[in-house]
Write a protein that binds this ligand. Sequence first.
Ligand code: IVH
Length: 676
Amino acid sequence: MSKGQTFEEAKEKVDELRDTLDKYSYQYYVQDKPVISDADYDKLYRELVKLEEEFPDLISNDSPTQRVGGTILPGFEKVVHDIPMLSLSNAFSETDLIQFDKRIQKLTDKKIQYICELKIDGLAISLKYKDGKLVLAATRGNGTIGENVTQNMRTVKSVPLRLKKPYTIEVRGECYMPKASFVALNEKREENGEAVFANTRNAAAGGLRNLDAKETAKRNLNTFFYTVADFGEMTADSQETALKQLDQLGIRTNPERKVCETIEEVWEYIQSFQDKRTQLPYEIDGIVIKVNEFDAQEDIGYTVKAPRWAIAYKFKAEEGTTTIREIEWTVGRTGVVTPTAIMDPVLLAGTTVRRASLHNVDLIKERDIRLLDTVVVHKAGDIIPEVTRVILEDRLPDSESYRIPTHCPTCKSELVHLEEEVALRCINPKCPAQITEGLAHFASRNAMNIDGMGPKVITQLFEKGFVHDVADLYKVTYDELLMLDKVKDKAATNLLTAIDASRHNSLERLLFGLGIRHVGAKAAKQIAEHFETIENIQAAKQEDIIAIEGIGDIIAESFVTYFSLPEVDELINELRLCQVNLVYLGKKKAEVAQIDSYFNGKTVVLTGKLTHFTREEAKNRIENLGGKVTGSVSKKTDLIVAGEEAGSKLDRAQKLEVTVWDEDQLLKALEGEENE
Ligand code: IVH
């Protein structure tokens, strides 16, 4: 923006920026479908702020800079926040922070500390507790009026329905989706031909603001709380003590916070998270810096929009630009055909990226992605490389719209684009790609876990005509294996051993491995545990399956349809003849409660490299003795087993004084108890 522009020129620009920002903010907040990156939005926003500073007469109530953000959706009951939910002003550099520090020093005479917290990338929520009971959960909405999402929030396991003390308080925090759940959810959506979420925030918003709370429950949402809006019986004189008290009440807070004496120390803390952020199991988009002491906070005060005593340091969005060379199409086991962009190498969050998922054909059309386009790429959920947008100014003059394939890249049959789906599908049940993908899924780690039986081996076995369905895997011979590329004596023997070992798997692995639509590993486990044998499952009616807690209509219907097919009957018979176990071998929940074991009721964390068994195996054995294995160390952890090169989890366990064992101790304890 150039100095010296006239009022009229500035007004025109301001109007244009407001229209653009309003449009983006509608797509972002209302539709949960952002079309530009946060960094680009921030750039436009700051341009508007600057213009308004230069021409204050142009400021009006309806400017995006003058409101706290967002619009209310119909469908949820509206909630007026007694205490408005404010936002934070942003800092983008060390200089911005130093200026913030200077402002603070001017506004208070007190010696202050700063508390740094992670800026969790989710959506803000407020919880009201009355006499210790959760009575209301609301989204932020526009800061003054939000939506009543109590029913949905109750399904989020980290939210206590009852506090440890009968307090009447209001607390605020962030509802988010862990990275791993985001990746799994998008994989599943892609497989089902549904649109994928652009980031964890949208996925969390979509989950929380679903009118059916049952859907929310499936999304594995989580929360961190960071503000007390109404203190009720609580007495705290600083943010640090307030957070500690929230911990004591059973409200989840983020453990990574740190009290700093100076702004330099704050900067060091920020630096330390530039790299660490990618290793966190949830997404953060910055660090929030707050004045720790409440009496100093009061001195410093608020603007209409945000507290003056806090600022959000925003990390640079991990973005890069590159050129698309090719679009590769692959067929999944459900027949969905997905495009992948093959690009010139680009460095993103520390790794070189050459491929980015384009997810589905609609996305290519919507974003008008073409060969040789220069594109912006980022990592969704910090993990999955994705094409965000095309830089149109750099498009070649002779560029043409991308020609979407009409035929399956593998079997050449005509592809279909079902109306309700965003994906293209190959509907040929004999499509080799679908079959080999299905076989690879069957052999994969969470299914039958046949070590060494990866896509390369499977494709060859299929192409040579040795294997047509999953039962054939159990008929493969040593001589056949030797005929495969790069398979020698040792590999063949190992493969046969792995195949044989998989015969003894518990039923849930087989159920999951069969690749029944909508049936994930968790549902497979619940169903196997409930029915115990494949015969019971084959005889089960839809209503019997729905009766299992957590299993809905869609899964139940898919199950019944699958097992009603005569070819499935035949396949199960074949598997039986091949001596594949068809019985649930785990303990039933009711039996677990009876177990007399050190592990029963204990929460265990496994970390570092284990050498005697795989993590999965250790987990199963602990669970069979009634223990629970979780991923992160907290005060609730009873035991941590540290393998080789254990890192931060072990440090944290030691800080929390959790019992630490090495792998040998675990092995001895398990063996001792299992032999009793
Ligand atoms: S404090 C009075 N602390 O960031 C201000 N906010 O841009 C209350 N956020 O709407 C915010 N982590 O949704 C605070 N540790 C944290 C946060 C955090 C994430 C979000 C929150 C807020 C937005 C502000």
